[in-house]
Design a binder for this molecule. Structure first.
Ligand code: HEC
Ligand code: HEC
Ligand code: HEC
Ligand code: HEC
Ligand code: HEC
Ligand code: HEC
Ligand code: HEC
Length: 363
């Protein structure tokens, strides 16, 4: 009995053929082991999603590629020397002032590229005071922790995390760690997986294995651009979160839902302007300007249908505006790259606009 599909691309087989196969496999279950995973049916998403940064937003020390290529990293910060050292399968983080040393094993690695470590010492969690920054290929102060002036080794280790904050960290960077607002580190799956974004996927997997397609997860594609923005904003922060917390200035460039929503291009309804119009969450972000031209031209070309926002602003609008300057590489000028203050990181400003040199950063 062929209970697993071969990896294939293209559309999903018809529902009826899947259900027939599911039923046959369920009947044949006693004949041998069968393993149903999302990849059995949704080969396209499952082929690429596990390789994305989101899927590696948290990773176990044993499979962290950084520790293999950088077995010893050190940095001096004021009176303190930090060392991250890997020996075999064990990696430790230590800080010393020359007299006293604190050493803890690293278990929780946050970040696929640049990395911060969540440390555990005597039952208390800390955010490591130094992080690995990919752009400088070295350790430096963790973004947001610049103002901390440690007085001793204990304080230099990291910023103590309240249990509410630690729950949030794991909630955004891993799957299944938080149920009913409580942290369950023993059942954690590192990274953002299918189950995090597709609620009800476990029931669906269980049911569909028995030939029952009634409990399919909600169709996220049907959400409006505004709802998608809030969906991604659960982790990338929503417009509302940014406004409520008064996170103004260039530090909010990393919160794409907020930036996008303040752009004139976004009206919350037109599906041509939505996170999923430009990004496939099952694939790594495409870092090539030309890839986005067709997304802009879907609106900004002669003959394109005006968007709902355009009609609201200009009731008599017949056509969308087009660019007097260029026909390609739209995002290179209209979505500028901005340095994140205090971090060694650059983000793409999702406030799509005419960005003029020497103009202040629009909040
Ligand atoms: C035995 C095959 C099978 C397996 C295994 C399976 N699914 Fe599905 N899935 C289906 C079918 C069939 C549908 C319904 C398709 C439709 O309605 O067009 C579906 C629907 C979905 C949808 C809604 C699709 C949409 O149109 O938006 C999501 C999301 C989804 N599955 C995710 C998952 C995830 C995550 C897993 C693993 C936990 C999984 N599925 C496992 C067959 C399967
Ligand atoms: C459960 C939390 C969560 C949700 C929901 C989520 N993301 Fe993410 N996303 C993350 C985290 C965490 C990272 C950082 C990964 C890293 O570099 O460590 C990330 C990174 C990314 C990246 C950057 C990848 C790169 O190459 O640096 C893109 C693009 C992205 N997300 C798009 C989306 C979109 C679009 C949605 C909504 C469809 C979404 N995300 C929903 C948590 C989430
Ligand atoms: C509300 C969801 C959320 C919470 C809470 C959260 N993160 Fe993230 N984190 C993200 C997203 C989304 C990204 C990717 C985009 C970005 O960098 O802003 C990210 C990126 C990162 C990165 C990659 C480097 C960087 O700064 O971009 C690290 C490291 C990181 N987070 C560590 C942590 C730690 C440690 C905590 C807890 C103290 C935490 N995060 C809490 C959502 C979250
Ligand atoms: C970061 C959130 C996120 C993760 C992680 C994620 N998905 Fe999705 N998925 C979405 C969103 C948003 C959509 C709707 C937009 C789209 O179709 O790309 C979607 C759509 C789908 C669909 C319907 C596709 C269609 O063409 O109708 C399937 C099936 C699916 N996902 C399966 C999976 C599987 C399997 C995994 C794990 C390998 C996974 N997803 C991981 C957010 C996510
Ligand atoms: C009009 C197209 C477009 C839309 C809509 C869009 N993005 Fe992006 N996004 C981009 C481009 C372009 C980049 C930069 C790619 C590169 O580096 O070359 C990017 C990069 C990112 C990154 C990587 C970090 C960075 O700033 O470079 C994240 C995370 C991200 N987008 C999330 C989102 C989320 C969440 C939404 C919805 C609120 C969204 N994007 C909507 C075009 C878009
Ligand atoms: C859903 C349709 C839509 C899409 C897709 C879209 N825009 Fe727009 N854009 C608009 C609307 C509507 C306006 C406001 C026009 C007005 O008020 O006259 C606008 C305005 C602009 C402006 C002028 C802003 C200003 O400050 O006056 C620029 C520049 C721009 N868009 C560039 C882009 C680029 C680049 C992309 C792709 C990354 C893009 N747009 C994608 C609908 C869209
Ligand atoms: C080399 C930088 C550059 C590139 C690339 C570029 N633009 Fe522009 N764009 C500009 C500048 C500068 C203006 C403002 C022109 C002015 O006001 O004189 C502008 C204006 C616009 C406007 C507003 C027009 C109006 O009538 O108010 C839109 C819409 C626009 N661009 C869309 C796009 C799209 C879509 C693309 C890709 C096909 C693109 N731009 C590529 C620099 C660029």
């Amino acid at each position: 009995m062929q209970c697993r599909w071969k990896a294939r691309t293209g559309p999903l087989p018809s529902l009826s053929s899947l259900l027939l196969l599911a039923a046959l496999c369920a009947t044949a279950a006693s004949a041998g082991p069968k393993i149903w995973t999302c990849a059995t049916c949704h080969t396209r998403q499952a082929a690429t999603q596990p390789n994305t940064s989101m899927a590696h937003a948290m990773q176990p020390a044993s499979t962290n590629p950084l520790f293999k290529t950088h077995p010893k990293m050190t940095v001096q910060k004021g009176a303190f020397t930090y060392t991250i050292e890997t020996r075999g399968s064990e990696t430790t983080y230590s800080v010393t002032d020359g007299l006293e040393t604190a050493t803890v094993p690293i278990r929780w690695i946050f970040g696929a590229n640049s990395q911060t470590y969540v440390l555990e010492r005597n039952g208390q969690f800390y955010e490591s005071l130094v992080s690995y920054w990919k752009s400088i290929d070295a350790l430096d102060t963790t973004v947001g922790d610049q103002a901390i002036q440690p007085r001793n080794v204990n304080e230099a280790l990291g910023r103590p995390l309240a249990s509410s904050e630690i729950t949030l960290c794991f909630g955004c960077h891993s799957t299944g760690a938080v149920t009913d607002h409580h942290l369950h580190l023993e059942i954690i799956t590192p990274g953002v997986t299918c189950f995090h974004c597709h609620q009800g996927a476990s029931n669906h997997l269980e049911d569909i294995s028995h030939g029952n397609a009634k409990s399919t997860p909600p169709k996220l594609k049907q959400l409006s651009p505004e709802e998608i923005s809030s969906f991604c904003g659960q982790c990338h922060r929503t417009w509302e979160t940014v406004v409520r917390n008064h996170w103004m200035g260039p530090m909010n460039v990393r919160f794409q839902p907020y930036r996008l929503e303040i752009s004139k291009c976004f009206d919350g309804k037109d599906a041509r302007m939505s996170c999923i119009a430009c990004h496939d969450p099952h694939q790594e972000v495409v870092r090539e300007d030309k890839n986005y031209d067709s997304k802009c031209l879907a609106c900004h070309s002669a003959g394109a249908r005006p968007s709902a926002g355009m009609i609201a602003a200009h009731p008599n609008a017949a056509a969308m505006k087009t660019c007097p300057v260029s026909k390609t590489d739209c995002v290179s000028c209209h979505m500028p790259k901005i340095d994140l203050p205090g971090g060694h990181q650059v983000f793409t400003d999702h406030d799509i606009r005419i960005a003029r040199a020497n103009e202040p950063y629009p909040h």
